[in-house]
Design a protein around this ligand. Structure first.
Ligand code: SAH
Ligand code: SF4
Length: 349
């Protein structure tokens, strides 16, 4: 029976084809046609022998996750809802940026077991880890939707799920999308965001990908209150592993910091944060909290957000504020869910 083409890294595809008596280099040809030239019709693959073309449908299927819904925001953000089997769905978000940047935010799991208190996805227990082909499939579907002159330039694993709770599939998918016969995305344009699964972080380093860490609090006491994972891997361990990543990769680690009203948004918190990161090559990404029903948290006032950021700037800390994109279609950070029936169609905040 035909298996999914999208599950294979180049090397694995070569081996699979070899097991059917085909030459290994056919894998490169298929990567080029499908990921590079977006040609999904085997009959059109003109440099492939006729006999192989005829065999292909029995070996490999090119099925992609079904799109249940697409919503476009006023700011150009597009949110895709994908069906990933047994009625389960995940979301991916395409975010346009400056300098022709098109960032695709991918999901790695249905639900998430990390149960961070402020996150909409975290309210849903983990239902399923996505397969490599489902992760690659999200990318390819959106790629096919994009105009020729607006290719996807960056990937961030900041959709639903904890990517380092599904490391094998996330790293395989990244390797597939990196391969130069296919999509040819630089490894440095792929960012894995983690809530802090410390033992898995060296795998991100080895894979040559960028690392983002959802820090969200400047000390263990506060962090444990909102992120249960902090009990297992407290800040000292997390920070040490970030340093190690930075030393080996020569990259800065992105520290995501969701600003929660009256919880972690004071100048004193900013001072503690600066101290915590004093010798970690990093940049801080401030994300003002995006509201969702019954979260129990609020978004700080604009003055509070700016004061927090300005304090860090005044201390020469590398800090950026993440633009909030797609809030009108409920596509901003931490607003994704697969509970489609209960999902607000739009929110005015
Ligand atoms: N599980 C991974 C990746 C997905 S979450 C992780 O936690 O890193 C992506 C980012 O969105 C994280 O930095 C998280 O802290 C942030 N986030 C979650 N809920 C949010 C919300 N309601 N408002 C703003 N950011 C949120
Ligand atoms: Fe999971 Fe990330 Fe949400 Fe935490 S912030 S519950 S790790 S998706």
């Amino acid at each position: 029976m035909a298996v999914s083409f999208f599950q294979f890294k180049l090397e694995e595809l070569g081996q699979y084809l070899e097991s059917y008596g085909e030459k290994k280099f056919r894998a490169q040809q298929l990567f080029r046609w499908i990921y590079g030239l977006k040609q999904f019709d085997y009959e059109e693959m003109t440099n492939v022998s006729k006999s192989f073309r005829q065999l292909l449908p029995q070996l490999l299927n090119l099925e992609l996750p079904h799109i249940v819904n697409v919503r476009s925001s006023q700011d150009g953000t597009r949110k895709y809802l994908f069906e990933v089997g047994e009625g389960e769905t995940v979301e991916a978000v395409l975010i346009p940026g400056n300098n022709r940047r098109q960032t695709l935010c991918l999901s790695s799991e249905v639900g998430c077991n990390m149960a961070c208190k402020f996150c909409f996805t975290g309210k849903q227990k983990l239902k399923r880890r996505l397969s490599t082909q489902q992760i690659v499939g999200q990318f390819v579907r959106v790629m096919l939707d994009q105009p020729e002159d607006e290719p996807i330039t960056n990937i961030v694993y900041m959709g639903m799920g904890e990517p380092l709770d599904n490391t094998d599939a996330v790293l395989s998918a990244s390797e597939i999308l990196h391969n130069s016969w296919g999509v040819n995305l630089s490894r440095k344009k792929i960012t894995v965001s983690t809530s802090g699964l410390v033992p898995q972080i060296p795998l991100v380093t080895q894979a040559g990908l960028r690392l983002a860490v959802s820090l969200n609090a400047p000390n263990d006491e506060l962090r444990t209150q909102i992120m249960p994972i902090n009990k297992k891997y407290p800040l000292a361990e997390l920070i040490a592993s970030c340093k190690e990543h930075s030393r080996k990769s020569k990259d800065k680690v992105t520290m995501e910091y969701v600003l929660l009203k009256d919880f972690n948004d004071s100048i004193d918190h900013a001072k503690q944060l600066m101290y915590l990161l004093r010798d970690v090559p990093s940049k801080i990404n401030i994300i003002p909290f995006n509201e969702h029903p019954d979260s129990g948290f609020g978004r700080p006032s604009e003055e509070k957000i700016q004061a927090f950021q300005n304090f860090l700037i005044s201390k020469n800390v590398h800090v950026l504020r993440r633009r909030t994109m797609g809030r009108d279609i409920y596509a901003a950070c931490g607003q994704l869910t697969s509970a489609y029936k209960n999902h607000p169609i739009s929110m005015t905040i």
